[in-house]
Structure formats: C-alpha cells, structure tokens
Ligand binder design. Structure first.
Ligand SMILES: Nc1nc2c(ncn2[C@@H]2O[C@H](COP(=O)(O)OP(=O)(O)O)[C@@H](O)[C@H]2O)c(=O)[nH]1
Ligand SMILES: [Mg+2]
Length: 550
C-alpha cells in the first residue's frame, strides 16, 4: 500500500508525534511507583485491554469482510469484442493514472482528460467520421446523464457524512469558517514564534514532516480516484457510443420476454412444457452428416424427439425445447440447469462449399447463445469441422458488434474406438491420469479427444467432451455435456442479452418515431389550417374587393 519512502516518512512522523506521550508515560509510571499504585493500575489496564479485544473480535465476526472494498468497474459479460477493445483503451488510460503518470492539478485538467477520453472512445466506434463525438442521439445522451447523476447522488449519499442534512449554504459557511481559521492560525503562529521561538521551531518542524507525509498519501489517493473516474466515465462513454443505451429498461425486459416466448413456442416439445422458463438459451448443434447430432439432441431431451436414422434424416433445421429437470430430481446437483434450452438440430455439412453457402446455418449461428460441434470417431475427415470452426471465428470477427457464443466440442462414437467390442463404462481419460494405468479403451478416448482439440484448433476455454450417443449405450451426456453447458450458462446469457438488445433497438427507433409523429401531428395540422385560412381568406378577400370595385 505504501512505498518505502512513504513508510519511512510515516514512521518518522509517528515517532515525533509520540515523543510528548512517551515523556508523559515515563513521568506517570514514576509517580505510580512512588505512590505504590503500580499493582492496581496494572490490573485495571489488563481488564480494559481484555474487554477491548473481546469487543473487537465480536465486531469483526459480525462485519462483512469486504464492506470496505469499492466494486471496481469492470467489463460486462454482454459486451462484444468491439466494446471490449474500447474498454482496453479505457483501461490503459486508467493504468497510467494509477501509476501517477497523468498530471492533474486543477479541475480543468480532469476535464481535459475526460474530453480526450471521450474523443478516443467516439473515434473507436466511428473511425471515419470527422466529428465522431457528435454521432449520438440526444435521447441517449440525456439517458446517460440520468444514470450518471443517479450514481453520483448515491455515491455522495453513502460516502459523505451529513450530505443529506447540510444545505449548499451550510457548505458555503463551512468554507468561510475554514478560511477564517486558516488566517487566524497564521497570526497565532507568528505571535507565538515571537513569544517562544524554541517551541514554535519544534512545532513548525512537526508541521513540515506531517504535511510531507500526508501529501504523499493524498497524491496516491488522488491517482486512485482519478483511475476510478476514468473507468466509470469510460464505461458510460462506451455504452453511449456503441448504442447500448436502453431508454426504457422496463419496456426492454417486456420485449425480451416476448422474443423468448416466441422462440420457445416455435420449438417442438412435449405437452406440459409450454410455460416459458424465466431463463433460457439457444444451443445450435452443428457437425458433419451422421456425426450423431440428432442422437445428442435425443439424449439431452431424454426422449425420442429428434428424428434419428441411419440415413441423414434431418434435412431441415429443427428446434426442440428442453425444460430443466424437476427441482427434486436426484441428479440435480450434477446436471441441473438454471433454465430451459432450445436445441437447434441442423442437417449437417460434408464439404467446405456447403459450409460457406448454407445461409440458414449462419442465420442460426447468428442467433445462437452457445454452439455445440459434434465430431464422430467414425468419420476420419476432420477438415470440414476445422473449416467450420475457422469460419465461425471469422464470422464474429467480421461482426464485432456481436458476441461470439461459447463453443463446445462433443466427441461422439467413443464406443467404436479400439478395442471396438469393449464397452465397459465409466471411463477415465483425463490428462492428469496420463501416468496412471489407463486401459486401452481409455487411452483411445484420450487420444481421440486430443486429436479433436488439435484438429479443430480449440482454445483452452473450449472443452472437448467424449460421449456415446447411441441410444443403447448413452454415456457422459448428462455428466459431461450438461455440466459444460451449465458452466457456460452465464456467458451464454451475456451473448443473448447483446443479441436481444440489438433486436430491441431497431423496433424502438420506429416506435419512437411513430409516437413523436402522433404528438406533433395535431400541432402541425392546427398551424396548417390557420395558415391556409388566413391565406385563403386574404386572397379571397382581395379578389372580392377587386370584383366589387369593377
Ligand atoms: N455406435 C454409435 N452409434 C451412434 C452414436 N451416436 C449416434 N449413433 C448412430 O448413428 C446414426 C446417425 O446418427 P444421427 O444422430 O442421426 O446423426 P446426425 O446426422 O448427425 O444427426 C444413428 O443410427 C445413431 O443411432 C454413437 O455414439 N455410437
Ligand atoms: Mg440429424
């Protein structure tokens, strides 16, 4: 917390401040000893100290541990890469502030700095506009002001004692008192210096050391506060320039529920699960023909809903809904999901061209909250899958306003791995068990998973899960796949929020235009009628007058 220099300065300050007290203690102890009170004094001191420690430990147990920590503004989950890159720029500036590299002495300096931040963020979102910072609707600016003002009020209310009692006039008066006190104190110092120079010298020395120490700490606090302000303002600027401002949060929540309800109702499911779960995510399942995609959907649904066949049965995209397991299910702790799933079963691809050309596939990917790619151990060619994964990443790189959904690889047909006729689950293929005695089957599974990871160029946060989706040999679907889905649930919700926000902003523009037209139309028509009547009456009058004169 302190630099070495600061620590030394503080130590010296404390020592100087302590000298008079130490002196008093020595004199006091001597007096106690002379009067024979040392024993009684010792007992009283011990009792008070013990009571103090009991009270402190009781209080510490009760007080929440992180009560003093201010929450650091961080990058929200539902920001896509474009917003994340802008956030990195804000972070860089905040880091400079923390390191004390930004010179800020006056309020004007902060203003300049924040203006610079605004231009940086605006140019990030509108790189080819000359006056990028003007590219925001007035309503959005007002909404952001509303949010910032509210936050400021809450901060002041919780952190400044008496802020809800003292009036502005009181603050003004306090300031006048402070100025008065300072001038009086200067006079006092001069007068006492004349009266008792040694005492005054000692006091001035104390003052100097204390002010040096305090100054250093104040500087550090200033840097930290500045970094905080930069992060907070940066956050709101990104919301503003990326077009993420929600004018009416309640309306957004209502529309969001409406969209999800539509999606849920459009998916197939058994009777009884029509009621829409509070949370639900869309998982798009892709992979080559006969990789086991429909079988995976079946296994997840636990019933024969998707059409499984030896022939590529699904030549259409199908949506299935899956409600979370019963709350009192025995497997709840392992595979329970926080909400419902819409599983999107796709027909499957065989070639690069098919991947590139399939518009419906990419439309589904664009609406996905999570993507599962199924790779079969019985299909040696992994090139189409690799092409898909590359194209998938490229798709979101080209659309930086969308969040890339989390990707899960499912390695199917592990029952067909060598030794082929052995099927004796459970299997343990985890890497930490490399040195252990893995059975030949387990080694095959481990190699297959590794191979898929490499071929698909998966990142460390993208799991590859071996499963068997054959209806007679179901294995690791609930424990493996559902657990992986649950672990990425929160991220998927972020993807969904970003997607629905973009969907919401478009109709909102038209809705507002309609409402504005409705408001302004009566005024326009009234002005129009007035104008017409005065002109017409004027003209008619003139004509009539002329006619009359003739
Ligand atoms: N042996 C074995 N057969 C499977 C497995 N998964 C699916 N199958 C079978 O493979 C065939 C094709 O599966 P399907 O799910 O329709 O593949 P899709 O084209 O990717 O949807 C079906 O007959 C399934 O029963 C598996 O893990 N092991
Ligand atoms: Mg299928």
């Amino acid at each position: 917390m302190f630099s070495k220099r600061q620590a030394i300065l503080w130590a010296i300050t404390l020592m100087i401040v302590a000298i008079p007290y130490v002196g008093l203690m020595v004199v006091g102890a001597y007096t106690l000893w002379r009067n024979g009170w040392v024993f009684i004094y010792g007992i009283i001191t011990a009792a008070i100290t013990a009571a103090f420690f009991v009270a402190v430990s009781h209080y510490r147990r009760k007080a929440p541990q992180d009560a003093l920590k201010t929450p650091l503004p961080a990058c929200p989950e539902d920001w896509p890469s474009r917003e994340r890159e802008a956030w990195q720029k804000v972070e860089d500036l905040a880091a400079q502030a923390e390191a004390g590299q930004l010179l800020v002495n006056k309020v004007d300096d902060i203003q300049d700095l924040l203006l610079q931040l605004m231009h940086t963020v605006a140019r990030h979102f509108y790189p080819d506009r000359e006056e990028a910072y003007l590219q925001v609707p007035v309503t959005d600016v007002l909404k952001i002001i509303e949010k910032v003002t509210r936050e400021l009020r809450e901060t002041i209310q919780t952190n400044i004692p008496g802020s809800h009692i003292l009036t502005i006039n009181d603050w003004k008066t306090l300031r006048t008192y402070w100025e008065w006190w300072q001038s009086l104190y200067i006079i006092y110092r001069i007068v006492t210096a004349a009266a008792s120079p040694i005492n005054a010298l000692w006091r001035e020395f104390q003052r100097y050391v204390t002010s040096q120490t305090v100054q250093q700490t104040v500087d550090q606090m200033k840097s930290e506060a500045l970094a905080f302000i930069i992060r907070r303002v940066g956050f709101y600027l990104i919301e503003l320039y990326s077009g993420r401002v929600i004018l009416d949060e309640e309306l957004f929540q209502k529309q969001r529920a409406g969209y999800l309800q539509e999606e849920w109702k459009a998916a197939q499911g058994s009777t009884g699960d029509e009621s829409v779960p509070a949370e639900l995510i869309r998982i798009v399942i892709v992979g080559q023909l006969k990789a086991g995609k429909s079988s995976l959907v079946n296994a997840l649904c636990g019933a024969w809903r998707a059409h499984v066949d030896v022939l590529p049965a699904t030549n259409q995209i199908c949506h299935y809904r899956l409600i979370p397991e019963d709350a009192n299910s025995r497997e709840k702790n392992k595979s329970q999901l926080p909400g419902g799933l819409i599983l999107v079963d796709t027909p499957g691809y065989q070639s690069e061209q098919e991947i590139e050309k399939s518009r419906s596939l990419w439309e589904e990917v664009e609406r996905a909250d999570m993507v599962v790619i199924v790779c079969s151990a019985c299909i040696a060619a992994r090139r189409p899958d690799r092409i898909f994964v590359r194209r998938f990443r490229q798709f979101f790189r080209e659309r930086p306003f969308l969040c890339q959904p989390p990707l899960i690889a499912v390695c199917s047909f592990i029952d067909e791995l060598r030794p082929r006729h052995e099927w004796n689950p459970p299997y343990d293929w985890q890497e930490q068990n490399v040195g252990d005695n893995l059975s030949p089957k387990e080694r095959s599974i481990r190699d297959f998973v590794e191979c898929v990871r490499r071929d698909l160029e998966l990142t460390s946060s993208e799991p590859a899960i071996p499963v068997c989706t054959h209806p007679d040999r179901l294995y690791n679907v609930k424990e493996g796949v559902l657990t992986a889905i649950r672990e990425r649930w929160h991220e998927a919700l972020g993807v969904q929020r970003n997607r629905l926000l973009r969907q919401h902003r478009k109709p909102e523009t038209w809705r507002l235009l309609g409402e504005q037209a409705k408001h302004i139309l009566p005024h326009v028509s009234r002005v129009g009628v007035q104008w017409l009547t005065t002109h017409l009456i004027g003209k008619l009058g003139k004509q009539g007058w002329k006619f009359f004169q003739r």
